[in-house]
Design a protein around this ligand. Structure first.
Ligand code: TMP
Length: 253
């Protein structure tokens, strides 16, 4: 059997060369990291749940006309995606204050913002993904002004879609992060949603109880991350058929 070529290994995913030119296989690992990998653990089943959930959100976005890199899920841990050039930015959309915004501006977590706020961080682990402005992005050539207009439009469409979807299952979308890919089509380039959309990259609070159903459970030691992600998957009806937890052998009579 031929060994496939690893293109990139990140903290939560590994990318392999896809079966056809212009495609990539995205493998979801069980590794969880926070605070720029200062905190690390392996959470059995996380990769499977994120693969299913990202498939669900990306498929929905494609269907409503928001272009993404997602082509199809291949198996429990892998999906086929379109190869693209990643814009070196983390694009964050916030509906309610939380996390670094609450810290930076002294706003209590959970406070509704006057309108969705889009932020950019420069993707560089060594620097801890610092917050940057459009001025930095244009001046250093990470994206053009025209790209940024497209990025904000994409981010807000993703926000509207995801907020509504979450609301429908009793979840408040506090904030999320997306990454943007550049694809070339003849003489044109297009920006699409890339990477993943999962409870690793969103803040999701139960509307009724305020319970956190996202990676803050791991960041802040609030309980079982698998239970939180499983709850999200259950609400969307995308539970993996196979158990994500190792199960004891059971007797079938
Ligand atoms: P923050 O409040 O820590 O800046 O996070 C904002 C959103 O971005 C939150 O939904 C978590 C997500 N996020 C990532 O997906 N990756 C990261 O590395 C960080 C810091 C945040």
């Amino acid at each position: 059997m031929a060994r496939r070529k690893k293109i990139y290994e990140g903290k939560a995913k590994t990318l392999y060369e896809g079966p056809e030119p212009g495609t990539i296989v995205q493998y979801f690992k069980d590794d969880a990291t926070a605070f720029n990998a200062e905190k690390k653990d392996v959470i059995e089943g996380k990769g499977v749940l994120n693969n299913m959930l990202s498939e669900f959100f990306m498929t929905g976005l494609n269907t409503v006309g928001v272009p993404t890199h997602f082509i199809k899920r291949l198996n429990m841990r892998e999906q086929l995606v379109r190869a693209c050039e990643i814009v070196p930015l983390e694009v964050i959309v916030r509906n309610y204050a939380a996390g670094s915004m609450s810290k930076r501006l002294g706003i209590e977590e959970g406070t509704q913002l006057p309108r969705p706020i889009v932020e950019y961080c420069y993707k560089d682990d060594k620097l801890g993904d610092p917050l940057v402005s459009e001025e930095h992005i244009a001046a250093f050539g990470w994206a053009s002004q025209h790209d940024m207009d497209d990025i904000v439009a994409l981010a807000l469409r993703v926000n509207d879609y995801l907020s509504g979807l979450m609301y429908g299952v009793g979840i408040k979308l506090i904030d999320f992060k997306i990454e943007i890919g550049r694809v070339y089509e003849g003489d044109f380039q297009r920006l699409i949603v890339a990477d993943e959309i999962s409870p690793d990259s969103c803040r999701l609070w139960d509307i009724e109880t305020g319970e956190k159903l996202d990676k803050d459970v791991f960041r802040r030691d609030l309980g079982s991350l698998t239970d939180a992600y499983t709850e999200v998957a259950k609400r969307f009806g995308v539970m993996p058929k196979q158990a994500t937890h190792p199960t004891k052998p059971t007797l079938i009579n």
